[in-house]
Design a protein around this ligand. Sequence first.
Ligand SMILES: [Ca+2]
Length: 206
Amino acid sequence: MEIILNSLIFLVFYQGASNSINNKNSFANSSVLASGGEWYKIAITEDGIYKLDYQTLFNNGIINGEVSSESLNIFGNGGGMLSTINGAFRGDDLSMIRIHVEDGGDNVFSTGDYILFYGQGPHQNNFDGSKFTHNTHLYCDSSYYFVNVGGPHLPYRIGSATTTSNTTTHTVNSFLDFKFIEKDDINLLKSGSQWYGDIYDVQDII
Ligand SMILES: [Ca+2]
């Protein structure tokens, strides 16, 4: 699996679900995982656009050869921890996410073809308009997405952005990025959610 960081600005991504359950008092009758087809679980560790190409799926036994592009879908609920607030929304089933399937236009997923999707890692970055903050996931270092092959689901795809003939007004050559280092190595109580990283201590010199 390969992460793609640029060259995809022409795509418009809609992270979300067509079949998510918005009423927190409603529950799915059965998990989408029981809906049919074959399921494969993949882990990611950070936000980004991910590429699953034909050879990767083939080499890992996810497909045995060429398949219909429409038979491929991906499910996942994004990253981040569940809220500790009782009344917060919690999806009780996986949601289908929009993906882009590049198949050369023949609707057959074959050698050289690939899937692109936007995946959210376990740790969340936030920007309030003036500064970045982050929330480190306390319980997991990966988030998970599920590839469905041959299920009963209609293809859920990313749409194309509307092109414009307007004159360019800005040229962007650089941008601000955000990284953080937060080691959760030590828990003094061996309980709870308070973790610490590097140890700063005294050492006797004999
Ligand atoms: Ca093709």
